[in-house]
Design a protein around this ligand. Structure first.
Ligand code: DSN
Length: 441
């Protein structure tokens, strides 16, 4: 639907409309898609206008290979200052001693951490990938599986166990004692419960491993004090900056040990990357500044409240939430109790037709292949940013039920689509607000 009012986003686009109408029309279409749909992908968010603007600045014009005070190019005075600001804010946010803000992504951050702490061929332990791990945690064709030797620990698989589908710390210990990995990796892409970092550290100490926490998903919750911090337990912490942390797309590495910090800096540059994306580093500084504000804690608390509300409302409607609920921003929905035939792939497609964007996801022990799955992963960082509260999350659960009960029927999807659109208009995205928007004008 075209814009019929002026917003901050419109003013950004107006220049592009003239300079490159073809590209502008594509970007406007994407902007309209994001504005008029409900984003339920747990790893996505909507950045503030300040973060959005910071990404589009003169910082992109400069090569700044190296680090503040030690660059390979002249003219880096202001780049040094902005990178130092990003580092300092990251350290305040996560209460640690060292921060490298240059990783282009979470996967790059993980590659740098591995390169800093292991030799090719070394063993590391991580969660079974299909139980919620990440491809950079040992997938066979990823760098982590090609150059290193992963061994895996599982979730509790016994449905009668009170810890069903939660991390099996005893098994993790057994795996580590048997294989003596150099690195024990915790932190996941699809795990809805709090991680016991102290317990992992005890296992790491017992088997002689270093502990690495990849907090890509929960970083914002950790920064806000809504999820336990991996510090002081983890030797090294990696994250993305664009999920619950609500910054630009990118990565970050943190630690408290000077020797490890030196190795990280070296392995990232010149080990893995060349010129840093300085415009993104500028936007990281701005996003970290926002996350240091008291409001960010309230936002993060609402993310979790909203996730619990959505999980509860879906449970009432006959879906099963793995582990029985959530402690964080995401949940895994087992679709089978609702409809034994329904796959995650169908559900994802039908919900998108109705304006709700999600992703199919394997549930622990899923008998279906990854292309189909029996589950959906849903998250609330983006809906909370646009102002949804628990009441709106219950409306979302009702729409999910209607669309999936109608098995993708186009008419029902169309009706829900219109209701979704109206709610989205009442809760405009950051930078799209205009007078009267909340009144539905
Ligand atoms: N692709 C991300 C996610 O959706 O969880 C992880 O990098």
């Amino acid at each position: 639907m075209p814009h019929d009012h002026t917003t901050i986003t419109d003013s950004i686009f107006s220049l592009l409309d003239t300079a490159d109408p073809e590209a502008a029309s594509i970007l406007r279409a994407e902007d309209d898609r994001q504005s008029s749909t409900i984003e339920l992908i747990a790893s996505e968010n909507h950045v503030s206008p300040a973060v959005m603007h910071a990404m589009g600045t003169c910082l992109t014009n400069k090569y700044a290979e190296g680090y503040p005070g030690a660059r390979y190019y002249g003219g880096c005075e202001h780049h040094d200052r902005i990178e130092q600001l990003a580092r300092d804010r990251a350290k305040s946010l996560f209460k640690c001693e060292f921060a490298n803000v240059q990783p282009h992504s979470g996967a790059s951050a993980n590659a740098a951490a591995f390169m800093a702490l292991m030799q090719p061929g070394d063993t590391f332990a991580a969660l079974v990938l299909k139980d919620g791990g990440h491809l950079s945690h040992g997938m066979k064709i990823n760098f982590s599986g090609v150059f290193y030797k992963p061994v895996f620990y599982p979730l509790h698989a016994d449905p009668d166990h009170e810890q069903f589908e939660r991390i099996d710390y005893d098994k993790a210990r057994e795996v580590c004692l048997e294989h003596r990995p150099k690195l024990l990796l915790c932190g996941y892409s699809a795990y809805p419960r709090e991680i016991d970092f102290a317990r992992f550290r005890a296992i790491a100490d017992e088997c002689g491993a270093l502990l690495m926490a990849d907090i890509a998903h929960i970083a914002g919750l950790v920064a806000a004090g809504v999820h336990a911090s991996p510090f002081p337990h983890a030797h090294i912490v990696t994250t993305t900056t664009h999920k619950t942390l609500r910054g630009p797309r990118g990565g970050l590495i943190l630690c408290n040990d000077e020797e490890i910090a030196k190795k990280i800096d070296k392995s990232l540059f010149p080990g893995l990357q060349g010129g840093p994306l300085m415009h993104i580093i500028g936007a990281k500084a701005v996003a970290f500044g926002e996350a240091l504000m008291p409001e960010f804690r309230g936002y993060s608390q609402r993310v979790v409240e909203n996730a619990k509300a959505l999980a509860g409302a879906l449970t009432e409607r006959g879906f099963r939430i793995t582990t029985g609920g959530t402690d964080n921003h995401l949940m895994l929905v087992d679709l089978r109790p609702f409809d034994a035939e329904l796959t995650g792939a169908d559900a994802e497609r039908w919900l998108e037709d109705a304006g709700m964007v999600s992703n199919k996801n394997a549930i622990p022990g899923d008998p279906r292949p990854p292309k189909h799955t029996s589950g959906l992963r849903l998250g609330t960082p983006a809906t909370t940013t646009r102002g949804f509260g628990t009441k709106e999350m219950e409306m979302v659960a009702g729409w999910i039920e209607r669309v999936l009960r109608a098995k993708g029927d186009a008419q029902e999807a169309g009706r829900v689509r219109e209701e979704v659109r109206l709610l989205c208009e009442a809760f405009p995205l950051p930078g799209h607000e205009h007078a009267g928007a909340r009144a539905g004008v």
